[in-house]
Design a protein around this ligand. Structure first.
Ligand code: NI
Length: 167
């Protein structure tokens, strides 16, 4: 396994729409393993392939305290959503920035597992929010896109300053 570099907002590659995975083979299983390692190392609770510049519909999530409940979603699709919740979100591609985003409170997601079997999961709370956040990434959207234009401008200038300091 290996750690993958994470794209940082406002990198335009974060706006690419990921393509569905047509065949789940060892390259996809390896990608998922590398993404999981990268997520745990960061550390984060979710990562979409888009964030490591692979534009395929693969997401890894682990919202457990113990970091022992890895979930891999291939071609995830929201088939149902209900309720509304507002929570503070962050993102490994937008380091140091946290803000409130409105999401569905409960979702049903259909996806393929790493054996290529169709699965359906009902999720709520943090897991539901994380699933929506990561599917956004696959559609070329970052949580910042949910914020006001003014906030987006402030975040861009803050991150540009950070990049100058660390470069
Ligand atoms: Ni993110």
């Amino acid at each position: 396994m290996s750690l993958l570099p994470i794209l940082r907002f406002p990198d335009p590659r974060l706006q690419k729409r990921a393509a569905p995975v047509t065949k789940i083979d060892d390259s996809i299983r390896r990608l998922a393993a590398d993404m999981a390692e990268t997520m745990y190392e960061a550390p984060g609770i979710g990562l979409a392939a888009t964030q490591v510049d692979v534009h395929k519909r693969v997401v890894v999530i682990d919202v457990s305290e113990e970091k022992n409940a890895l979930r891999v979603f291939v071609n995830p699709e929201l088939v149902d959503q209900a309720g509304l919740t507002v929570g503070e979100e962050g993102c490994l591609s937008v380091p140091g920035i946290y803000d409130k985003v409105e999401r569905a409170e409960r979702v049903t997601v259909r996806y393929l597992d790493l054996d290529g079997k169709p699965q359906e999961l009902q999720a709520e709370g943090l897991l539901a929010v994380c699933i929506q956040h990561e599917i956004d990434h696959l559609n070329g959207k970052v949580f910042v896109d949910h914020l006001s234009q003014l906030k987006q401008m402030r975040i861009r200038s803050k991150l540009a300053k950070q990049a100058r300091v660390t470069a």
